[in-house]
Write a protein that binds this ligand. Structure first.
Ligand SMILES: Cc1cc2nc3c(=O)[nH]c(=O)nc-3n(C[C@H](O)[C@H](O)[C@H](O)COP(=O)(O)OP(=O)(O)OC[C@H]3O[C@@H](n4cnc5c(N)ncnc54)[C@H](O)[C@@H]3O)c2cc1C
Length: 390
């Protein structure tokens, strides 16, 4: 098989880039290890920056997002038994975020790829990258009994944290920066009316909690749990009881509970691999960096990579200008690190750390006190949460 761009990974990063390139007449193929049902069964992010939404519209995939997504102009931080509101609209100069599930967004991207007869190959096994140091790379994979080789100009590694692309870069090339947090988030999705129209981030001595949503009939709740906990340890009843303990009593009193339709534990980790390019391989999204979900930066950071990569590819194919490709890694990483800093700060301020000193807890108190007493601090939070410019 021959194509211009071979994209490994059919998650949001890979599909969005595929769709944008196709609209510009740049031929590409997406290789995805899992079935489509499996990819669409994963419950992940739900808060989109406007920059991301713009890219979805540019990719002609924004119609349902604009119809069904909810504009959120603020969120709450619950602490010490009270709730303080972060007015994103006011402190970001009129901006907001869109609540629209990653699952729905991925479905829209798949449907757009189908409409345009884009090539997305599912259930590929044993994906291998060849000759990526040079200018004639290829990617091979197995599907059933057949081994297929895709020859291309560029390979895009959009295959997530556990993918094969980053691991195909020779040892010694990448610098990897990692911080693993000593806890995870236990998440429950339930077909219930959300307890609050806006998200509630709750700091509590028993551990962090988040009341989030996907729509007005679909709620997503999380509680901080030790890394040793297993999903089977938590019945729905235990989960709801613990969530009630961690939110202010007025919120606990109006919480509507129901059977979980998905329940999973996600460990919290920060990770960045530098550089994001090796020869003709470009890394994008979770393949190069991940953040703890506090602050909702993961999916949005993937989107900014795609924005830079898309324009770099356009420069190459349309204008014969490679400056975008040459500058991609540095440009993407500059924004990635700001998202890392913000996610680390939100995580540190709001979670209970098992071995924290009394001193650390005083600093957490002071961080919150400063935030709600300083317009400058509020502006900084709002600017980061709605998304720094691309
Ligand atoms: C449990 C969980 C909860 C999250 N919650 C949030 C949140 O609340 N807010 C937020 O902003 N972010 C959240 N994130 C992060 C967000 O979901 C990711 O940043 C986003 O999915 C990144 O998209 P991606 O396309 O780069 O990677 P992925 O979505 O991981 O997609 C990569 C794709 O590559 C495929 N793949 C892997 N290996 C191969 C291979 N060898 N060959 C071919 N295909 C391969 C995978 O099957 C996958 O479909 C969460 C992540 C997880 C895991």
């Amino acid at each position: 098989m021959k194509t211009q761009v071979c994209i490994i990974g059919g998650g949001p990063s890979g599909l969005l880039l595929s769709q944008l390139l196709h609209l510009q007449g740049i031929d590409n193929v997406v290789l995805e290890r899992q079935s489509r049902d499996y990819v669409l069964g994963r419950i992940r992010a739900g808060v989109l920056e406007h920059g991301f939404a713009e890219l979805m519209r540019e990719a002609r995939c924004g119609e349902r997002m604009d119809r069904e997504g909810e504009i959120h102009e603020g969120f709450f931080i619950a602490h010490d038994g009270r709730m303080d509101r972060v007015d994103l609209h006011r402190y970001s100069g009129g901006s907001s975020v869109i609540v629209y599930g990653q699952t729905e967004l991925t479905r829209d991207l798949y449907e757009a790829r189908d409409r345009m007869q884009g090539t997305v190959v599912h259930d590929v096994q044993d994906v291998q990258l060849h000759d990526i140091a040079g200018t004639s790379p290829s990617v091979s994979y197995r599907k059933g009994d057949e081994r297929v080789r895709v020859e291309c100009d560029f390979v895009i590694g959009a295959d997530g944290f556990h993918g094969v692309s980053r691991k195909s870069i020779p040892a010694g090339v990448l610098s990897e920066y990692e911080k693993v947090y000593p806890f995870g988030w236990l998440g429950v999705l339930s077909r219930t009316k959300p307890v609050s129209p806006e998200l509630i981030y709750a700091r509590h001595e028993r551990g962090f909690a988040l009341c989030s949503l996907r729509s007005q009939v679909l709620s997503r709740y999380y509680i901080q749990v030790p890394l040793s906990d297993k999903v089977e340890d938590w019945s729905d009843e235990d989960f709801w009881a613990e969530l009630r303990r961690r939110v202010p009593s007025e919120v606990a009193g109006r919480l509507l509970t129901g059977p979980s339709i998905e329940k999973s534990i996600a460990p919290l980790r920060s990770f960045v691999a530098e550089p994001m390019r090796y020869g003709s391989l470009f890394l994008a999204g979770d393949a190069a960096h991940i953040v703890p979900p506090t602050g909702a930066r993961g999916l949005n950071s993937a989107a900014s990579d795609i924005h830079y990569l898309y324009h770099a590819m356009l420069g190459h194919y349309r204008d014969g200008d490679d400056s975008g490709l040459d500058g991609y890694s540095a440009k993407a990483l500059a924004r990635v690190w700001k998202a890392q800093r913000f996610s680390w700060w939100m995580t540190t301020m709001l979670h209970t750390f098992p071995d924290s000193l009394a001193y650390d807890r005083k600093l957490q108190d002071t961080d919150l006190a400063y935030l709600f007493s300083s317009e400058a601090a509020m502006r900084s939070l709002a600017e980061n949460y709605v998304g720094l410019p691309f």
